[in-house]
Design a protein around this ligand. Sequence first.
Ligand SMILES: C[S@@+](CC[C@H](N)C(=O)[O-])C[C@H]1O[C@@H](n2cnc3c(N)ncnc32)[C@H](O)[C@@H]1O
Length: 363
Amino acid sequence: MALSSNGSSEESELYHAQIHLYKHVYNFVSSMALKSAMELGIADAIHNHGKPITLDELASTLKLHPSKVNILYRFLRLLTHNGFFAKTTLKNKEGEEEIAYSLTPSSKLLVSGKPTCLSSIVKGALHPSSLDMWSASKKWFNEEKEQTLYECATGESFWDFLNKDTESDTLSMFQDAMASDSRMFKLALKENKHVFEGLESLVDVAGGTGGVTKLIHDAFPNIKCTVFDQPQVVGNLTGNENLNFVGGDMFKSIPPADAVLLKWVLHDWNDEQSLKILKNSKEAISHKGKDGKVIIIDISIDETSDDHGLTELQLDYDLVMLTMFLGKERTKKEWDKLIRDAGFSSYKISPISGFKSLIEVYP
Ligand SMILES: C[S@@+](CC[C@H](N)C(=O)[O-])C[C@H]1O[C@@H](n2cnc3c(N)ncnc32)[C@H](O)[C@@H]1O
């Protein structure tokens, strides 16, 4: 048997390669099974049951036809293998052993009504329009026109699609997804209070419907907070004395404040556009001299990290930003260049929420 350079057989290398390839080909099955679990409400059913639930109890709670019980079992088997449910053995009334399912930390994030519920992220990321566009990727590579894959596939930009019908389910789904991601920020805020302490005013640029700002406002009621976003997003929203909503265009100007927050924003835009946003942010904090700051929350890719899964997630996000918006997730080196090109003198990067970074940028 021929041996490869590292001493393993060529066949073994081939089999490993096949497994590696198939695993990546069929990754979508795990994603879609997770989406099915979310749509069926499995996490809610287990949560409401209050203790581990047997397959028959779960099928009955979900009101599934008896012919679907074994199908449910096979979905649960994959999802349990993937860490979304845990199995325990119970004794039934007849004293027989039965398998019962409980939630894991990951499926607890699918329990609706909880501040940490991320179901709308699953719904949004795996929405048919986000998936269908990938079939146009060859066409996209072969044309010169600078446009997103989304635009190439559908004929309109994702922003135009969202904005053309402000009552649409898709806009509220996108906003729900953003808001649910932001609610997770509450935990991160606890660990990063020092970043906001001492500020008198803050403007949350492209702050959506204000999910993050409301959390900051709750934690620091004395900071004058402004949520700044497109007029069609914030136009109908009302706040209070220290929480207000302002409509406008961050590429033109940003309302003045001691600090500008850019959470999950710069990754939507290319370097030229991000530079403009950062320069406008610098202008917005200029009245504070050296005491103002810009707070960026985004991914900082670390390809040298030992955590392969985490880097894969960051690189996945990069392709999502590229294909949807021609945006990008940036490496530390790219952040350094962007921040210095915008005229800032220093910055500090710290990890936040597991896979993102908080970057405090000083004039
Ligand atoms: C990815 S969302 C970020 C939401 C928010 N920062 C968060 O973390 O939940 C991007 C936001 O950018 C806003 N946006 C897009 N273009 C804008 C512009 N020219 N001026 C102000 N906001 C804009 C969108 O309306 C959207 O709410």
